[in-house]
Design a protein around this ligand. Structure first.
Ligand SMILES: *[C@@H]1O[C@H](CO)[C@@H](O)[C@H](O)[C@H]1NC(C)=O
Ligand SMILES: *[C@@H]1O[C@H](CO)[C@@H](O)[C@H](O)[C@H]1NC(C)=O
Length: 145
């Protein structure tokens, strides 16, 4: 009994240590920096300059609610490269709606080793096509620990 409880504790301690390591390595990155998530900013260029990202990094999308100047931004995850290129939202998953970008912003943790295709979705893909509001990232594993 004592042995079981000892190993259980040891295991929990190990898990705790591992998750502390992961947390201390993870970065929080505001998409677009001080520009935030808005129409007309080149996010492909932004990603290029801010790569690489690592697994467990957190992206923060900060954007204004709909107004006279924007029809409503949002955060969608597109299923593949083709839908990303086409700005095709038919199989996309909405992560955050037009009113979720205020305050601290909307946070997405990149917790898998896979491509993440992000875009702002609206009626005709206008934000995505004309507003350049799309980018993709493949977070890398932490090789060094
Ligand atoms: C956005 O930036 C990328 C990478 O720098 C560049 O190739 C592309 O032409 C830019 N797009 C526009 C519309 O300026
Ligand atoms: C909309 O754009 C106009 C012209 O750029 C600006 O004067 C106005 O303050 C903007 N409105 C909002 C709500 O951002």
């Amino acid at each position: 009994m004592a042995f079981i409880s000892y190993t259980t504790h040891g295991f929990i301690l190990l898990l705790a240590a591992a998750s502390l390591l992961a947390v201390s390595d993870a970065k929080t990155i505001v998409v677009g920096g001080s520009e935030g998530w808005r129409f007309g900013f080149n996010y492909t260029d932004w990603v290029f300059k801010n790569s690489p990202f690592y697994i467990n990094d957190e992206l923060v999308f900060k954007y204004d609610p709909p107004s006279e100047n924007n029809s409503g931004y949002s955060v969608y995850l597109l299923p593949n490269l083709w839908s990303y290129i086409q700005c095709d939202f038919s199989k996309a998953k909405m992560l955050a709606g037009p009113n979720q970008g205020g305050g601290e912003g909307f946070k997405v943790e990149l917790n898998q080793w896979r491509p993440y295709y992000f875009a702002s979705g609206d009626k005709d893909g206008y934000n995505c096509k004309e507003g350049l509001m799309k980018f993709f990232a493949v977070p890398l594993p932490h090789w060094n620990n």
